[in-house]
Design a protein around this ligand. Structure first.
Ligand SMILES: C=CC1=C(C)c2cc3[nH]c(cc4nc(cc5[nH]c(cc1n2)c(C)c5CCC(=O)O)C(CCC(=O)O)=C4C)c(C)c3C=C
Ligand SMILES: [Fe+2]
Ligand SMILES: [Fe+2]
Length: 343
């Protein structure tokens, strides 16, 4: 069978580092109701306020990490797409972005015009959040519905605790952990607490969003709590690497706006760790499968500067999985197990 496509989907980046391109990308991203979950008039107002200053700041940050062939996130996702072509034997391997280009609309329409009717949709996020996983799935379904494309989906499920994924994560990070280091910080992308509360409140209204581990969290809550999924990934990774509890910790980065986001914040942890005497810090970012502005600029540049100013000696950023061969092999197995979607 060669008519079953694999469609990898990541977040997307601006078309260029021009302020106008960054503004248009941020507008599309933040106007997504799964990202800024406010009623349209309030969302429009808040995003318009953010768009006054943020595009110029973000354009500057993007320019500092942009590669000659484009955004690192896009370049690295294309490399993964290439690596997957020798893994996925059932049909074409395509890549789409939730925001910006190549859009899900463009890619799904092209696949349908080639006669492809079965697509395994792979949102490239290990941990589940409405602002990442759900919005990809809903956008893909919208395109198929509105364009009346004869496409059926199998959908890759969140893989935060999947042994194949965790083994690949361990193998890709191992060379960095074999060097001398004092502490490993696992810094995940943050989320407003509200995004998690609204998903778990019907199951366990008392679920504690500050709990220091995922031990004892019920499967039902775990399936919906991004923060607990991040902790489970970190715990399983640390166990695989034989790390002692004091050798590693978890934090959450990239807070935006005034809402309360899940804690501890990475910025605060960098100061705390330096104050505790940590000199050689390793940071890895397992919410991202590809390096991007959030890892390269926020951690690799600004985070390093902050840590050294606070008294640390060095901060080494462990690369994301990117196109590591173990990751490509793990992703193939994960995607082959993806369940068929009924709608
Ligand atoms: C890994 C999972 C991600 C979650 C969860 C997530 C939630 C989330 N993000 C924002 C706001 C921004 N995120 C930005 C960049 C960005 N975010 C992710 C992933 C997750 N976001 C990635 C992979 C990237 C990098 C994109 C790239 O081009 O490299 C940005 C843009 C950059 C900037 O201006 O700083 C914003 C803004 C919110 C509000 C949110 C949940 C509500
Ligand atoms: Fe984000
Ligand atoms: Fe939780």
């Amino acid at each position: 069978m060669t008519d079953h496509a694999l469609l990898l989907v990541n977040l997307g980046s601006p078309a260029s580092t021009d302020v106008a391109d960054v503004r248009s990308y941020l507008n599309q991203f933040l106007m997504d109701p799964y990202v800024v979950d406010l009623p349209w008039p309030l969302r429009r107002l808040l995003v318009s306020l953010i768009l006054i200053r943020r595009p110029a700041q973000s354009a500057h940050a993007y320019a500092s990490i942009w590669w000659p062939d484009g955004s690192p996130l896009i370049v690295l996702s294309k490399r993964l797409q290439e690596a997957m072509k020798s893994q996925w034997t059932h049909g074409p391997v395509e890549l789409a972005m939730r925001y910006g280009e190549p859009s899900l609309e463009t890619v799904l329409t092209r696949l349908a015009s080639q006669g492809i009717e079965q697509v395994t949709l792979a949102p490239l996020y290990p941990q589940f959040a409405d602002s990442t996983t759900t919005t990809v799935i809903e956008e893909a379904k919208r395109v198929v519905r509105e364009r009346k494309l004869p496409i059926r989906f199998a959908i890759l499920q969140p893989f935060f605790d999947d042994p194949d994924y965790l083994d690949a994560l361990a193998e890709s990070a191992r060379p960095y952990l074999q060097k001398d280091f004092d502490h490993l910080l696992l810094s995940f992308h943050g989320l407003p607490e509200r995004h998690i509360r609204k998903l778990v409140k019907h199951i366990d209204p008392k679920h504690d969003l500050r709990r220091p581990d995922s031990v004892g969290v019920s499967d039902e809550v775990l399936a919906r709590c991004y923060r607990s999924q991040c902790q489970r990934t970190a715990e399983a990774f640390a166990a695989r690497m034989g790390l002692r509890p004091e050798q590693w910790s978890v934090s959450f980065q990239s807070r935006l706006g005034k809402d309360k986001w899940i804690e501890p914040y990475t910025e605060a942890r960098l100061d705390e760790l330096a104050a505790q005497g940590v000199k050689k810090l390793l940071v890895m970012c397992p919410a991202f499968v590809a390096d991007c502005i959030e890892t390269l600029e926020e951690i690799g540049d600004r985070g390093r500067e902050q840590f050294v100013e606070a008294g640390g000696e060095s901060l080494e950023l462990v690369p994301c999985l990117n196109d590591h061969p173990d990751w490509a092999a793990a992703l193939k197995r994960l995607c082959e197990r993806a369940p068929q979607s009924m709608v």
